[in-house]
Design a protein around this ligand. Structure first.
Ligand code: ZN
Length: 322
């Protein structure tokens, strides 16, 4: 709470105690003002121009008509009493899904990748779209039982799938993969004033420097995962692993757990497979970084995207030292 991180604070009442009651969900679906969050192949429907998008959410009869054409209906929750549902149109071709959806909303809607627009949306709405996208992905990837391979069916308002083979009847619930992401600092060990360790990935063709991150492995605590990832990627041993904040990251199915950690040695030995470069940056260095997407030389260091907890971890550290 209070971090201001995008994709948090949807404000929804998920009504977890009621949503397993099929009659209760059906009554919410029948409400005249209910609204639908359409999802098509991991993309969300938005209105407006690229600089000021707003979620496009058909309501009432139009929403129910759309739902009748789609799949994986999910009750998301109540937004100040208004029922919100999501449905998935991924089985349609893009033009088919779009022409169907656009007829149900005012304006010139399109399906967009939330990663490209999320930080431009009001935070509560970005969180709702991320939630819908994450659940939609889960449904698409759990259509069959992981134990016996038979089809699964939706239950509990879209929050559980159950194997349709009565002898198996295995239940599966939406999964979130924990990933740790960490800002490592040196506390001025090298006599430079405080510095932070940031890495550049091969996948960026410009110099974006970000916090290190990685998935938590089975049998590992979060603190152990932080220390392992930093050592694997940069060869730097850390201590004092301290939790800072978390952020839903349904791209496609993660929860980012943000930490600060202190280096006990400043020598860097990068894993070439993971990183192109890793360096220590002072507060002044970071303050001079360029903005993501700015028209600056490719080799000039720049910050990660505004919607990321990486950015938040870096800026929180920078602001604490300026
Ligand atoms: Zn089964």
């Amino acid at each position: 709470m209070g971090t201001g991180l995008i994709y948090t604070a949807s404000g929804l009442d998920r009504a977890a105690n009621q949503r397993s009651d099929a009659d209760w969900v059906a009554a919410r679906l029948a409400e005249p003002d209910m609204r639908l969050v359409p999802v098509w192949r991991n993309q969300n429907l938005v209105n407006g121009d690229a600089h000021a998008p707003v979620p496009a959410m058909p309501r009432g009869d139009q929403a129910r008509h759309l739902i009748s054409q789609g799949g994986s209906l999910v009750f998301l929750g109540l937004a100040e009493g208004t029922p919100l549902f999501s449905a998935d149109f991924s089985s349609m071709a893009e033009n088919e899904a779009l022409s169907l959806a656009v007829r149900m909303v005012d304006g010139d809607a399109s399906f967009v990748d939330l990663r490209a627009t999320g930080w431009l949306l009001p935070r509560d709405q970005a969180a709702v779209l991320a939630y819908a996208r994450g659940l939609s992905y889960w449904h698409r990837s759990h259509a069959f039982c992981g134990r016996c391979g038979q089809p699964t069916a939706i239950h509990q308002g879209g929050h559980m799938r159950k194997c349709t083979d009565d002898a198996c009847a295995r239940e599966t619930y939406p999964r979130t993969d924990p990933a740790v992401i960490m800002l490592v600092t040196d506390d001025g060990i090298g006599g430079h004033g405080p510095r932070c360790l940031l890495g550049r990935h091969h996948r960026w063709n410009f110099a974006m420097y970000s916090t290190l991150a990685g998935f938590v492995e089975p049998g590992e605590s979060l603190e152990e995962a932080v220390a392992r990832e930093v050592f694997e990627e940069a060869g730097v041993p850390v201590t004092d692993v301290t939790y800072m904040a978390s952020q839903p990251w349904p791209f496609p199915a993660s929860l980012m757990l943000g930490y600060w950690a202190k280096a006990t040695s400043v020598d860097i030995n990068i894993d070439d497979d993971e990183l192109q470069d890793a360096r220590w940056f002072t507060v002044d260095d970071v303050a001079a970084f360029g903005e993501w997407g700015a028209d600056i030389p490719d080799d000039m260091p720049r910050l990660p995207r505004k919607d990321s907890i990486a950015r938040w971890l870096i800026e929180t550290w920078r602001d604490e030292h300026t």
